[in-house]
Structure formats: structure tokens, C-alpha cells
Design a protein around this ligand. Structure first.
Ligand code: FES
Ligand code: FES
Length: 200
């Protein structure tokens, strides 16, 4: 039997009738038409389904819809628009931090939560914030640099001075930070060996 759930979605109050065993991910994609939030593993391992619940990143594939009653959910569709990108989205484009893009919405939502709670995070804090996200394409350097550049630009904005924007791809010297899940993946190990051999 369906039940009515009322919550705030990307700034607007919504009422939806849904079976209580549905996950928030399924509700967003199948009832709300918000397909920007992706389903990867479906078991809380990859981070692709990350949205913000009252400002904190959560795995929407693990959250049953009754848990969002009266709360505030933000998805990638609420972050920026095609006409007006969020600074993080622009920075990801500028730094080549998007390839297939499957992991990107989730990483952007975690990055937004990080920068809102900690406007000037250290590199370690950036790594920690995205540690629950798997990306099979970028190798993570560009993603980290894009997040760092976003907070540097906001710092420049606050101090009214100009800080040159980093071009992340050229600065990608560190190849050592790879999450264990990826490091231990046979397929990824082969790719990283080839990259190292080519010295790119
Ligand atoms: S789809 Fe939710 S963590 Fe992978
Ligand atoms: S850009 Fe393809 S998985 Fe991250």
C-alpha cells in the first residue's frame, strides 16, 4: 500500500504517494523524473547515488522513503542549471574532471557539502570527502584539483584579488592516491600500470 510522503525537494515542497519499501533513489528517478542521480552498485559502495539530506551526503540507494518525511533533499538538478552552472560544476569542466560523467553528480553533491561546512579544506579533507566515491575514468587527480580550485576561487573572490586558475591536467603529478577498491581492481591495476609506463 502506498503512503504519502511530504518533503522539500530542491527547494520546493512536494507530496508523493509511494510504497514505503521504495528507496529515495527509486523515488527520485521513477516518480520525480530526476535521473541525474545515478544507480551504480545499489548497495552503498560506489557513491553514484549520493544526494544531500538536510545538507549532508547520503546514499539514496540505501534510504527508504519514509525517512525523508519532513526533511530537505537536494539533488544534482538543484545544484545549478545549464544556463547558470554552480562554481563546482564549472571547475569540474575546466579541470577535465568529468569523463563518462556517471560518478560526477554524486561527487559534486559530496563536494558541495564539504565546501559549505569547510570553505577552505585541506587536500586531505578533500580526499576524505570523496573517499566514498568510485570513479573508473579520471584517476581522481582532476577531481581533487577541481574541488581545490573552487575553494581557491571563492577565496580570491572574498579577498577581491585574482588567483590564477590551475589547469588541473597539467598538474597531475600525483598518481598515488587511489582508493583501495580501485587499487585492488584487476582491470584498473592494468590501466594504472600502462599510465605509469607511459609517464603521462
Ligand atoms: S548506487 Fe548507491 S552507493 Fe552505489
Ligand atoms: S567520470 Fe566516469 S566514472 Fe567517473
Amino acid at each position: 500500500m502506498e503512503q504519502t510522503i511530504k518533503f522539500k525537494l530542491n527547494g520546493k515542497t512536494v507530496d508523493v504517494s509511494v510504497a514505503p519499501h521504495w528507496t529515495l533513489l527509486r523515488l527520485l528517478r521513477e516518480k520525480c523524473g530526476l535521473t541525474g542521480t545515478k544507480e551504480g552498485c545499489g548497495i552503498g559502495e560506489c557513491g553514484a547515488c549520493t544526494v544531500l539530506l538536510d545538507g549532508a551526503p547520503v546514499h539514496s540507494c540505501l534510504l527508504l522513503v519514509p525517512k525523508v518525511e519532513g526533511r530537505e533533499v537536494q539533488t544534482i538538478e538543484g545544484l545549478g542549471s545549464r544556463e547558470s552552472l554552480h562554481p563546482l560544476q564549472q571547475s569540474f569542466i575546466d579541470h577535465g574532471a568529468v569523463q563518462c560523467g556517471f560518478c560526477t553528480p554524486g561527487i559534486l553533491m559530496s563536494s558541495k557539502a564539504l565546501l559549505e561546512n569547510k570553505p577552505h579544506p585541506t587536500r586531505e579533507e578533500v580526499k576524505e570527502a570523496i573517499s566514498g566515491h568510485l570513479c573508473r575514468c579520471t584517476g581522481y587527480h582532476q577531481i581533487i584539483e577541481a574541488i581545490e580550485a573552487t575553494h581557491q576561487e571563492s577565496k580570491a573572490h572574498l579577498s577581491n584579488s585574482v588567483i590564477p586558475v590551475k589547469t588541473g591536467i597539467q598538474n597531475s603529478k600525483e598518481k598515488d592516491w587511489i582508493p583501495d577498491q580501485v587499487r585492488n581492481d584487476k582491470y584498473c591495476r592494468v590501466i594504472y600500470r600502462i599510465v605509469d609506463m607511459l609517464q603521462v
